[in-house]
Design a protein. Structure first.
Length: 209
């Protein structure tokens, strides 16, 4: 007897199953890469949000601390650089570019590098402060901010609270000032990538000339 001629059906079935397994593997790999990109994008967005928030609070602290040290706020002045008087009709080109411009405008804005001015957010351990906090992320650019003086607000009463002005506790005057000005702070920050940018703003009341 002669052996029956082989038709190769088993090989065809095996190839079909191999093709299906290959398609499933490619699909799973593509999904994993997409999820990784989504996680990276979310992380960049959060880093940009945190950087802008840090610059925003840092500028607010500057507005607070200058009068507390007996320095009256002038806009613009050497003690408050990159500050602009609000003008709804003819706004400064620096303000327009910083608040709504594309890219990363730097002209007319202040780079924020921590309260002491020596914290570089673009490196992981550029200072003793950074090394002590052991940062696990860095920004593509240091955050930046501008300050606008919106107008004067009269405090609804006279009191000795610090919020009402500068008191003798800060070595300025025993009579607190009730002349408050409204300031708008706008801050921008990148994430770990320059392609991710967040802009935040707040209004803040502080004594000023």
């Amino acid at each position: 007897m002669f052996p029956r001629t082989q038709q190769g059906a088993v090989m065809v079935v095996a190839l079909i199953f191999l093709m299906l397994l290959t398609l499933l593997a490619i699909s799973a790999s593509s999904r994993s890469l997409l999820q990784e990109r989504m996680a990276g994008g979310l992380r960049n967005a959060q880093l940009a949000e945190i950087g802008a928030e840090a610059a925003l609070r840092g500028a607010e602290w500057r507005l607070w601390s200058l009068p507390a040290r007996g320095i009256r706020l002038n806009c613009p002045s050497d003690s408050l650089a990159n500050c602009y008087a609000f003008d709804a009709i003819n706004p400064s080109s620096y303000v327009t570019a910083f608040r709504s411009g594309a890219g990363w405008p730097t002209s007319g804005s202040t780079e924020y590098k921590g309260d002491g001015g020596n914290f570089d957010y673009t490196t992981l351990a550029s200072s003793s402060l950074a090394a002590a906090h052991k940062p696990v992320a860095k920004l593509a650019k240091n955050p930046r901010y501008i300050i606008e003086r919106l107008g004067q607000e009269t405090s609804p009463g006279v009191g000795s609270q610090i919020e009402g002005g500068v008191t003798a506790a800060y070595g300025s005057s025993s009579t607190p000032s009730t002349a408050l000005w409204i300031w708008r702070v706008t801050a921008r920050s990148t994430g770990g990538s320059e392609n991710t940018v967040r802009t935040l703003e707040s209004t803040y009341a502080a004594p000023g000339n």
